[in-house]
Design a protein around this ligand. Structure first.
Ligand SMILES: NC(=O)c1ccc[n+]([C@@H]2O[C@H](COP(=O)([O-])OP(=O)(O)OC[C@H]3O[C@@H](n4cnc5c(N)ncnc54)[C@H](O)[C@@H]3O)[C@@H](O)[C@H]2O)c1
Ligand SMILES: O=S(=O)(O)c1ccc(CO)cc1
Length: 492
């Protein structure tokens, strides 16, 4: 996380943490005023400093992205793939180091950091395949008239990415943009810039031409408004909160630019009556607490058949209680800290609000220790619909449980929010599963497991959870513009 308080005692850089810089037109820039410090959420120690791009830096990044685009657009797809593959090879080679950087700045357990890197590498592998298959088409026509549909890279892209998946989110975006032939100005989260710098370094060393991938850091609102308004930028892609997503979409609309938005959710989990309750509860505890509950697809609202409810609540609470909270660098730890003191305060407030409205706190409910931003895996039962946790994304290791009498009631609760990203259901009834997949208002639904889309399937939300999809067979669509060519082949 970035911390602008000036009273921190430790200022030395952590030995395993890279120096954070801006990367513009193929050059690293470090000598800029400090925006804030990167803080290890497990220890609250300072890891490094975040340099703040000046307005001149932003203009240089725009100029570089414009030139980089012309080079990369005209680079044959097979050659683009060769360069991306070189970067991927370096990412593989440096995986242990990058995983440590990711855990230091984000807090997630080191094995989860490795898993996030593996997942990210899949995104690059998938988009390399897509790069050579960005086919257009030929439309049947009359003699001497050719009707062609070409798909060309849309142009320089502005990509802003969050701290909760410091590598996965930016990899989704730059893998597709670079495969399509676009240049990119990346603004990673100021909280987790080290991982982003390491990824960019791999592309630099793999021979990506200058200006094709640029990295800027600074005041997010200023960077976004400057870059999105510039005629150089042709497309905006963001992963983060609904609130910021709406703001960036408005900026994009003012400049008539397409926006790909992967925003928040509040994932419902429908639990039927005839399932293996202990098994599902254990899986729920593990999934709920991944990234300390700070994933947009985190299961949040457990809507449980009334007859299974008491046993499910018991088993879920027990499974949460068995998980070990601590510094992610300790390989025996299951759950790391939340990202910052804001998230800790948010978790405490959600628990207090629910408790004051009559909910039962059946596991956790408070912070752990006095140093680091640790919050106990928490389960709230019998949560009334008016409690804040039932309507606002918790983004902490906190699950809410409510009973439902039948599927109609469960679906009504699940669909009652203006969000629709992930949804989950556990049932052994084929009929129920069919109804749930059809009626649940969300961009993805997993039945009888908690997995979320990998590179090969589309990922994105409905309602306020976003616009557009990442991954899957159409992953390059957002980064390509369609051009129709009507060509009279007769002599004129
Ligand atoms: N969907 C996701 O993956 C995701 C990721 C992070 C946060 N969130 C949501 O956001 C909530 C608040 O988290 P927070 O306290 O870190 O939020 P925040 O709004 O203070 O900042 C979150 C991130 O958004 C970025 N940001 C903020 N304003 C921006 C702008 N104008 N342009 C570009 N980037 C901008 C920041 O750089 C920061 O990294 C969470 O509770 C969660 O609901 C969602
Ligand atoms: O830890 S991961 O599951 O890889 C992950 C991916 C994306 C994001 C951003 O929402 C967070 C965590």
């Amino acid at each position: 996380m970035v911390d602008q308080r000036s009273n921190r005692s430790a200022t030395a850089h952590h030995a395993d943490y890279p120096r954070v810089g801006l990367f513009i037109d193929g050059n690293w820039i470090h000598d800029r005023p400090t925006l804030g410090e990167v803080i290890n959420p497990s220890t609250e120690a300072v890891l490094g400093k975040v340099p703040q791009a000046t307005d001149a830096d932003l203009q240089r990044a725009l100029g570089a992205a414009a030139r980089g685009y012309l080079t990369w657009r005209d680079t044959p797809p097979k050659e683009r793939v060769r360069v991306i593959a070189g970067a991927v090879a370096l990412l593989h080679k440096r995986k242990d180091f990058i995983a440590k950087v990711l855990t230091l700045e984000n807090g997630k357990p080191i094995s989860h950091a490795h898993a996030e890197i593996d997942r990210s590498l899949n995104f690059y592998e998938w988009e390399m395949g897509q790069a050579v298959r960005a086919y257009g088409c030929i439309v049947p026509s009359a003699p001497q008239m050719q009707k062609l549909v070409m798909r060309q890279p849309i142009g320089p892209v502005f990509a802003a990415t969050p701290w909760n998946g410091p590598m996965a989110s930016l990899s989704r975006k730059i893998s597709a943009a670079l495969a399509a032939g676009c240049s990119v100005i990346l603004k990673p989260a100021e909280e987790t810039p080290g991982t982003a710098c390491e990824v960019v370094r791999c592309f630099e060393e793999a021979g990506l031409p200058p200006g094709v991938l640029n990295l800027v850091l600074g005041e997010p609102a200023h960077i976004s408004s400057t870059l999105i308004a510039s005629p150089v930028i042709r497309m905006v892609t963001f992963t983060g909160s609904v609130q910021v997503g709406k703001h960036l979409t408005q900026l994009a609309a003012q400049a008539m630019k397409p926006a790909l938005m992967e925003l928040g959710g509040h994932a419902p989990v429908l639990v039927g009556e005839s399932i293996n309750i202990a098994q599902v509860a254990k899986l729920a505890a593990i999934t709920k607490t991944r990234a300390a509950g700070q994933i947009c697809t985190s299961p949040s609202r457990f809507i449980v058949h009334r007859r299974a409810y008491p046993e499910f609540v018991d088993c879920f609470a027990r499974s949460l209680g068995e998980l070990r909270v601590g510094d992610g660098l300790d390989p025996t730890v299951d759950i790391g800290p939340v990202a910052n003191s804001r998230r800790l305060a948010a978790a405490e407030a959600l628990v207090e609000d629910a408790r004051s409205r009559g909910a039962r706190v059946v596991a956790g409910g408070q912070r752990v220790g006095s140093r680091g931003f640790f919050f106990a895996p928490t389960l709230l039962a019998d949560v009334p619909p008016e409690a804040d946790v039932m309507t606002s994304e918790p983004f902490c290791p906190l699950a809410a449980c409510v009973p439902a009498t039948d599927l109609d009631e469960a679906l009504a609760i699940a669909n009652s929010l203006p969000f629709g990203l992930a949804g989950y259901a556990f049932t052994n009834s084929l009929e129920e599963a069919e109804q749930i997949t059809r009626r649940l208002e969300c961009g993805m639904v997993s039945i009888n497991h908690f997995d979320t889309p990998d590179a090969d399937t589309p990922f994105g939300g409905v309602k306020q959870s976003g616009i557009g999809r990442e991954g899957g067979p159409s992953s390059l669509d957002a980064y390509l513009a369609t051009k129709t060519v009507l060509q009279n082949t007769a002599r004129v």
